[in-house]
Design a protein around this ligand. Structure first.
Ligand code: SAH
Ligand code: SF4
Ligand code: F3S
Length: 453
């Protein structure tokens, strides 16, 4: 699919994209930005300043749904620079709710799905021209949507989708229903994109999929993720990361590839969800806590020093104190560097939504708080090991709190802050590699001093 358009049809128009949810959405947003830029529109900071507002939405938990409705409704009486504002809703809520969104939100002009972002410019142009509203959601797409222009958030970092959709049907999760079945992108296409990105000066790539470990199964009859890592290792891109891995599909070949390919970063996000076998089974995760821990052992044995992170759901229907304690124990044993912790959110249409549970919210909240402190303790502990080491960081920008302090990330993806020295400006350093001696290690970041030139 090639994006062909007259280039100036949105000249003078301003746009703003608000992105919720996972990296897949962030990547889709970069594509929407790429297309709107090509048509001559330019980006502004806030929806209030924009003629065109695009929401890339997420419906994995209820909170994200609620936030969208609030934000769209709040724009209703705010005039747009050119008079009429176009509000377009895409992403997973667009895909899931379609028509219903225009019924519920009177200022939603366009609803589009996850399979047809390439049509958004036409929908916007026709809405501007004829004042019409449009809903276009496709059940699925036959193409892997790749050849769209992309306006990357950071010129030195790129998201590279290798597969879309998900076949796993974890019992709590809505993603397979909205994003559809897993569809891998042809191997050669991924490799040629990596080569092109390397020549464009990209230093870091994150390979994306709901379950990257099963990459290729639909196309080649067997997973080929380890081969993707090998090829990525030869692409000339300095840092390769990937997300997300399902434990049931993380193969020894992949772990070996991580161990032997120098530019595959020592970082692994391996969502466990729960440490209780009973709950794991009810979640349809297809592994036990013991199997998960064995996997962690073989990762640490083969790769050595590595940052491990995870996703955990607290309060899955039927979770008891005992189940929860199993989760806490597992977290203590693994000693994660980071964890994304979520309170279970009921999603209509998923099997778990049918399970009745009357555990009071306070009990779940209290478990959640205990889990967060266990994670904080291990994150702090893991960071201590970096003290007095020299870390090569890829500079992302300045610290949010102080523009004289640069921030960047280590190979293990830890955030590092370091004061800019007198002979450097941030403009010189952003997107480059800098060595920093780590003096201080906190729970969520490290700080230190730039060494060398
Ligand atoms: N495909 C990825 C993650 C997709 S969603 C994976 O399997 O790892 C990201 C995370 O959201 C999940 O890992 C899970 O922890 C959380 N999540 C998904 N559905 C949820 C729900 N109904 N309630 C709470 N958290 C949920
Ligand atoms: Fe959802 Fe499970 Fe698929 Fe992840 S693997 S997207 S949690 S169904
Ligand atoms: Fe959310 Fe859709 Fe991603 S539901 S987590 S944006 S796949």
């Amino acid at each position: 699919m090639q994006f062909v358009h007259e280039t100036n049809r949105l000249e003078g128009y301003t746009y703003c994209i608000r992105t919720f949810g996972c990296q897949m959405n962030k990547h889709d947003s970069e594509r929407v930005a790429g297309m709107l830029d090509m048509l001559g529109a330019y980006t502004v900071e806030t929806p209030e300043e924009a003629d065109i507002v695009v929401y890339m939405t997420c419906c994995v938990r209820e909170a994200a749904d609620v936030r969208l409705y609030g934000q769209v409704a709040s724009l209703k009486n705010v005039p747009a620079p050119k008079g009429r504002r176009i509000v377009a809703i895409g992403g997973c809520i667009g895909q899931r709710d379609g028509e219903m969104l225009t019924e519920k939100l009177e200022n939603a002009d366009i609803v589009f799905g996850t399979h047809n972002i390439s049509h958004l410019p036409d929908l916007i142009l026709s809405s501007l021209e004829h004042g019409t509203r449009a809903v276009e959601v496709l059940e699925k797409s036959d193409d892997f949507p790749t050849d769209l222009p992309s306006q990357r958030e950071f010129p030195w970092h790129a998201w590279v989708p290798i597969a879309i959709g998900c076949d796993n049907f974890c019992s709590y999760c809505i993603v397979p229903y909205v994003r559809g079945r897993e569809k891998s992108r042809p191997f050669e296409e991924i490799i040629s994109e990596l080569g092109r990105l390397a020549t464009e000066g990209v230093h870091e790539v994150t390979l994306l999929g709901q379950n990257v470990n099963s990459y290729g199964r639909d196309l080649y009859g067997e997973p080929r993720f380890a081969q993707i890592l090998e090829a990525a290792g030869n692409s000339g891109i300095e840092r390769i990361r990937f997300a997300t891995s399902h434990p049931k599909d993380l193969s020894i070949a992949t772990i070996d590839a991580m161990a032997t390919i120098g530019n595959v970063m020592p970082q692994l996000h391996l969502p466990v969800q729960s440490g209780s076998d009973r709950i794991l089974q009810a979640m349809n995760r297809k592994y036990t806590a013991k199997q998960y821990l064995e996997l962690i052992d073989s990762v640490r044995d083969r790769v050595g020093d590595i940052a491990l992170s995870t996703d955990i759901i607290v309060g899955f229907p039927g979770e008891t104190e005992e189940d929860f304690l199993a989760t806490l124990r597992l977290c203590e044993e693994v000693a994660y560097s980071q964890a994304f912790t979520f309170i279970y959110s009921k999603r209509e249409g998923t099997p778990a939504a049918k399970i009745i549970d009357d555990t009071p919210h306070e009990v779940i909240q209290e478990r959640f708080d205990r889990l967060v402190s266990v994670i904080q303790a291990s994150a702090y502990e893991q960071n201590q090991a970096e003290k007095n080491t020299v870390q090569r960081i890829l500079v992302e920008g300045v610290s949010k709190r102080d523009s004289a302090i640069l921030s960047g990330r280590t190979p293990k993806n830890q955030m590092v802050h370091a004061p800019l020295s007198a002979h450097h400006t941030i403009a010189d350093l952003v997107g480059t590699f800098v060595d920093v001696r780590i003096d201080v290690a906190k729970t969520w970041y490290l700080s230190g001093t730039i060494v060398g030139s």
